[in-house]
Ligand binder design. Structure first.
Ligand code: UDP
Length: 253
C-alpha cells in the first residue's frame, strides 16, 4: 500500500488534538500555500476536511482512525472543530471547508495547469460541477469526472481509468471515510499529488444543493439547515451534542 509522503522543507502548521485525534491549525490562505507546495512535491498528500462527526466516529471506527493517521493535512471543516479549538485554547480564525478548498484548488489549477479529476456524487453531478467550476475559473484544467456509485470491488478498475487521465488533484465526494480510504488505497496507482475528500461539495458546486444562506452560516446553523433539507443526516446530527459534551469535559491543550 502506498505511503502518503511527508515532504521535508514544507512549513507545517501546528498540529493539536481534539478528543485524541489530530487537527491542524490552518487558515484558508495557509492551506492554499501548502497545496501549492504539495503540487510541487513527491507522493500523494491526503487532505482531510474534518467535522465533529469524524471525531466522534474515530473513537470506534478503524476506517476513520486510519484517515486521521495518514492525512498530510487536517483542516477544521465545520463550526464544531472551530469551536473546540477555541475552547481548548488553540483558536483558529475560521473554517477551512471542502467547498472552499475545491474553489481554491480550481484557482490553483488555473494558475499552474494542475489537472483536476472530480470523482463522486450521483451520475452527472461531478461532470456538472466540473463544468460550472471551469466557467468560474477560466484556465482550470479538467482531467475527468465520474460518479461515485460503484462497489469497493471496482476500486482498482476505476483507479486505472482515473490514472489514464493523469490527474494532479483528485477530488473525491463519496462520504467519509469511503472517500479518504479510496484516496489512500489508490494513491500509488493514480499518482496524483493531492487527494481530497469533500463530502457533499460537488452537489453544492453542481448547483443541485445550495449552501445555507450567509446569515445561517454566520449563526453557525448550517448543519440545521442541511438537516431540514435532508433528514437522512440525522445520524450525523445526533453526534453533535456528543461532540460538544465530550469537548466541554476535556482539558485545555
Ligand atoms: N456518495 C457517493 N457514493 C456513495 C455514497 C455517497 O458518491 O456510495 C456521494 C453522495 O451522492 C454525496 C456525497 O457522497 O454527494 C456524500 O455527501 P455527505 O455530505 O454525506 O458527505 P460527508 O459529510 O459524509 O463527508
Amino acid at each position: 500500500m502506498a505511503e502518503v509522503a511527508v515532504t521535508p522543507g514544507i512549513q507545517l502548521p501546528e498540529r493539536v488534538e481534539i478528543l485524541g485525534f489530530p487537527i491542524d491549525r490552518v487558515t484558508l490562505d495557509e492551506t492554499r500555500r501548502l497545496m501549492r507546495d504539495y503540487l510541487a512535491s513527491d507522493g500523494t498528500k491526503l487532505i482531510l476536511t474534518a467535522d465533529s462527526n469524524a471525531y466522534i466516529n474515530a473513537a470506534t471506527d478503524d476506517g476513520y482512525r486510519r484517515m486521521f493517521r495518514e492525512a498530510a493535512l487536517i483542516t477544521p471543516d465545520s463550526a464544531g472543530p472551530v469551536w473546540a479549538l477555541s475552547r481548548l485554547g488553540r483558536p483558529v480564525p475560521g473554517r477551512v471547508s471542502g467547498v472552499d478548498l475545491v474553489e481554491c484548488l480550481c484557482q490553483l489549477s488555473a494558475e499552474t495547469g494542475a489537472r483536476m479529476y472530480f470523482l463522486g456524487s450521483a451520475p452527472g453531478i461531478a461532470e456538472l460541477a466540473a463544468k460550472n467550476l471551469a466557467e468560474r475559473f477560466p484556465g482550470m484544467v479538467v482531467a475527468g469526472a465520474r460518479d461515485g456509485y460503484f462497489s469497493k470491488d471496482d476500486d482498482t478498475r476505476i483507479a486505472q481509468e482515473i490514472a489514464e487521465t493523469k490527474p494532479d488533484v483528485l477530488v473525491v465526494a463519496m462520504g467519509m471515510p469511503r472517500q479518504e480510504l479510496f484516496i489512500l488505497d489508490t494513491a500509488e496507482a493514480i499518482g496524483a499529488k493531492i487527494g481530497i475528500g469533500v463530502g457533499g461539495s460537488l452537489d453544492v458546486h453542481s448547483g443541485t444543493v445550495k449552501r445555507a444562506p450567509k446569515v445561517i452560516q454566520k449563526i453557525k446553523m448550517e448543519w440545521l439547515w442541511r438537516l431540514l433539507l435532508n433528514p437522512k443526516k440525522i445520524a450525523k446530527v445526533r453526534n453533535l451534542p456528543v461532540f460538544y459534551w465530550r469537548v466541554r469535559r476535556s482539558k485545555p491543550l
